[in-house]
Design a protein around this ligand. Structure first.
Ligand code: RP5
Ligand code: MG
Ligand code: MG
Length: 282
């Protein structure tokens, strides 16, 4: 895993908090380095009274958190195996990030997310699958969003909520971020959700699970995700849906899948795998 892409944390609307510089060859904890990270936990996280946001065990010796375990409220296990706990808080398994504390994340340790990658073939007016002139490979389209926070193109993923299963998170986030149709009649809404449920629960390919190079990561809190691809190769179900942005997404749209589009966090790595699996243009 890598910690490389972002020099600051936070979003376009929040004051910038810059990371201490960590040269690539000093990211690993086992390499000695005169390291002076910036300590940062956002006001919102520090003052939150939500049951689901951690208390800081460094502030209160009575706070005990079941590191590396799933206590049912929250799964604190990492896809990368047991992580170290140093001075009462977890240590990022991918190395130094230039920031300590929780930044904008609610949990110390892994913060789990899920990413639904919904794809179809790009077709011309006659229904023929289009081929990219450079690679001579067929072109996929995926449901893409524009994130409200960073203004970057992204997969419509989101955080796994307390006690939620990843399969439910995939459906909920896809629904919230890309199917925002408040005026849809009840019957159409029901049919749309039934289609999503049926496909999402019966037909996905797991593309990735593990660390994400997310702008919110710190030395003590980081994002991990499970990404699934739901592909409708014959325009039978998902390929036919229209999308409209909601929740964290200011826009949602079908977009060509290819290396030409810069994407949020590690999302381009996931899409590249999807292209490989379908032997499509990248
Ligand atoms: C990324 O953040 C994950 O890959 C996922 O797409 C996203 C989840 O966070 P929110 O969209 O809920 O902010 O690390
Ligand atoms: Mg969301
Ligand atoms: Mg989201």
């Amino acid at each position: 895993c890598v910690n490389a892409k972002y020099t600051r944390t936070g979003t376009k609307d929040q004051p910038a908090v810059y990371r201490a510089v960590v040269p690539n060859n000093k990211i690993n904890w086992s390499t000695s380095y005169e390291y002076q990270p910036v300590e940062f936990t956002s006001e919102k996280v520090r003052t939150s009274t939500k049951e689901y946001v951690d208390k800081d065990p460094r502030d209160d010796p009575k706070v005990e958190i079941p590191w590396n375990l799933d206590d049912r409220l929250c799964d604190r296990r990492s896809y990368h195996g047991p992580y170290k706990v140093v001075r009462r808080v977890p240590q990022n398994p991918c190395g130094r990030t230039g920031l300590t504390g929780r930044g904008h994340l609610g949990h110390f340790g892994p913060n789990h997310a899920a990413d639904p990658i919904v794809t179809r073939w790009k077709r011309d007016q006659n229904g023929q699958i289009m081929v990219h002139p450079r690679t001579q490979r067929q072109i996929l389209e995926f449901v893409c969003i524009l994130r409200k926070d960073t203004n970057e193109y992204a997969i419509p993923g989101g955080m796994v909520e307390k006690k939620e299963k990843v399969t439910d998170t995939l459906q909920r986030e896809f629904h919230e971020e890309t199917l925002n149709f408040p005026d849809l009649d009840e019957r159409s809404k029901h049919n749309l959700l039934a289609t999503i449920k049926d496909v999402f629960e019966n037909g996905g390919i797991r593309i990735y699970c593990g660390y994400v190079d997310d702008p919110r990561n710190t030395d003590n809190s980081w994002m991990e995700t499970t990404a699934y691809n739901f592909h409708d190769g014959n325009n039978e179900h998902l390929a036919l849906i229209e999308v409209h942005g909601g929740s964290d997404a200011s826009k949602a749209f079908w977009h060509d899948l290819g290396s030409e589009t810069p994407l949020y966090a590690s999302h381009a790595d996931f899409l590249r795998k999807v292209a490989d699996i379908h032997n499509a243009h990248w």
